[in-house]
Design a protein around this ligand. Sequence first.
Ligand code: BGC
Ligand code: NOJ
Length: 803
Amino acid sequence: MRYGYFDDTAREYVITRPDTPLPWINYLGNDGFFSLISNTCGGYSFYKDAKLRRITRFRYNNVPADDGGRCFYVCDGDTVWSPAFLPAGTPLDSYRCRHGMGYSVFEGRKNGVSASLTVMVPMGVNLEVQKLELTNDTDQAKTLTVYGAVEWCLWNAVDDATNFQRNWNIGEVEIEGGTIYHKTEYRERRDHYAFYSVNAPVAGFDTDRDAFLGQFRSWRNPKAVEERTSCGSIAAGWAPIAALRLNVDLAPGQTKTLLFRLGYVENPADRKFDALNVINKDLAHRMMQDFSSEAQFDTAFDALRAYWAGLLSRFTVHSGEEKLDRMVNIWNQYQCMVTFNMSRSASYYESGTGRGMGFRDSCQDLLGFVHLIPQRARERIIDIASIQFADGSTYHQYQPLTRRGNADIGSGFNDDPLWLIACTCAYIRETGDFSILDEPTPFNNEPSTEVPLLEHLRRSLNYTVTHRGPHGLPLIGRADWNDCLNLNCFSLTPGESFQTCSNFESGKAESVFIAGMFVKYGAEYAALCDRIGLADEAADVRRSVQEIENAVLSHGWDGEWFRRAYDAFERPIGSQLNDEGRIYIEPQGFCVMAGIGGADYGRRALRSAVSLLGNEFGLEVLHPCYSEYHDYLGEISSYPPGYKENGSVFCHNNPWVILAFCAVGDGNGAFDLYTRQAPAYIEDKSEIHRTEPYCYSQTIAGRAARTYGEAKNSWLTGTAAWSFVAVSQGILGIRPDYDGLVVDPCLPDHMDGFRVSRVFRGTRYDIIVRRGAQKGLVVDGRPVTGNTVPLTDAPSCSVTLTI
Ligand code: BGC
Ligand code: NOJ
């Protein structure tokens, strides 16, 4: 069943009923000011950091789940309704939510009044603008009372939700005309404030939540709204809000437009005040002026749409497969940009108060956005590498505001360093910018420890080479990509972190997955060395790669698939010797991508993976699921069977298997797996899948789960980047390389070809792939041997590949 439809021309998903199984959200903002917005207009805003600079409040664990957010009420006679259905919850005569690229539109109609509410964060401004258009579709005059309201967060989202003994005393606002300024803590060390205003005279306001809502009520039914009034309350502590009331008279057929503006301002420390404790509001005034007319709104809206159109035009496909095209051209790339902006911080599943930027997460995310924003990818690589330690190991996370490594989590995730090689090589292949390798980059952000980035890559590899276990395989440390395979943890204390307790330190537990990574990225590093004249180093690295490959062949192959690991007692994991967890997905993806054991092992491993791990939504992480907790395995066995790392379809690793299929030339296998989980392909199963049908989720409950097929943790997942890599570079086979653009598709039998338009190093390549008798590559009319389209200075280049 569906709850809406894709409008590909507008690049929107149109939700046609408010009761989606879960809030279906969108992201607004590109740079400083960000908002999450659900299909009923819930969600919250923050500036740069969802924990430390939260602008509006959101209650996780709330009942009902998606209460609050942007609260609009239209009072028409006896009826109070909200254009986006919530918060009023009054059934609407019609409802639509259109989530687009960086904006959302809510269209609600009730008793002959239609509302269209467009919400966006314009480019380059720290502001969310909410354009509310109200139209009287009847032949009677209407006298409406309209409210727009938000609830302020006292900046630090964790403190806001916990430190009540202080916080209920500090809330402060200022009111100037119809503008409410939120200035809690501005009197002391903060130099930022927020404001909420509307471009029309207000009839009244409230700034104290309890005065506005009244006792025993909620945002669903504020007392002030019920009484069509405002109290003019001035918040003093407790919960400051901004609630604006307007009178809107509409003649028959008339439309009126209101612009509500939720802004964030920082002032220089010496220009904070106009008078004692009175905010300097200059910047806010300017922002409001810039968004005081519909024409200004429309110009900014057009600029936002043009920005996205430009960005997404860097890679487009026309394949004849409508769903594939909409994933590639619109939603998958859009999600990649969201992961660039949010990492794993703020979603409806990530509270924005926990993790900062993950080392491995950020490196992998980059694979999905490097072609869109190469310059920012470059900065990101340097930021990431700067938290590495001199021995090649690295902090697992860093805080985006400070860029410092997160000492609470520390290091010891032994896959981490290798991801730096993956993303740096991808960046150079995309841009040709070898100069990044010379960029002075510190260790642990300590001044004067800077070495060229290349040295960081070298130490990354070396870390794996020098940290190996009894079978010659890489040591796993606290965990590898699978954060829940904690082979040195042995935790028996409730609540203890599985990742950080590491109380066994066997020095023995090994990872076949990291071995696969090493073989793949070691080879990439060696190729890079060759390019920059380091032939000896390339040869050395290749020797290490060979050694580790041999270790996998001797100890990592289980007969029909690759093993996963060896535990602290040197026992295999992911083997026929096990009762549960006999096969894991990760090494089937990575070892096959790396070519270990050639196409023969590859095909066998993939056959085993599909037959043992496959369900209709993809391949599960492992099989059979662990039915009880084992301290020697860690968190993986803590989850009930079928959930998360214990046997869900953990979507992130499925694209590895798609790429593995491509590596062995199996286009049907690759495409089949792609379509099992690409959101657009499972839109019809939305009532089972439950999360948004326009973005990937982290997990889909496996066969062993009670809720098989139900997805969770939508949006912020490495699935976005890897799925884009799998479809664009694997199935469509358009791969950036040092010397040009490789065109090497791996299509399913039913696809006859496709067209791709791709910007690469300043040239637009128009590529046609088709089937035919006269095989080969033709570039600008001339046949070319091999499958690499050579670099050119021309602005455009036309390519035809006949397969
Ligand atoms: C989750 C993992 C996650 C880890 C680190 C675990 O509880 O299952 O998916 O990577 O926490 O935050
Ligand atoms: C989510 C984490 O963000 C990621 O780093 C990890 O690889 C996966 N979970 C698998 O455990």
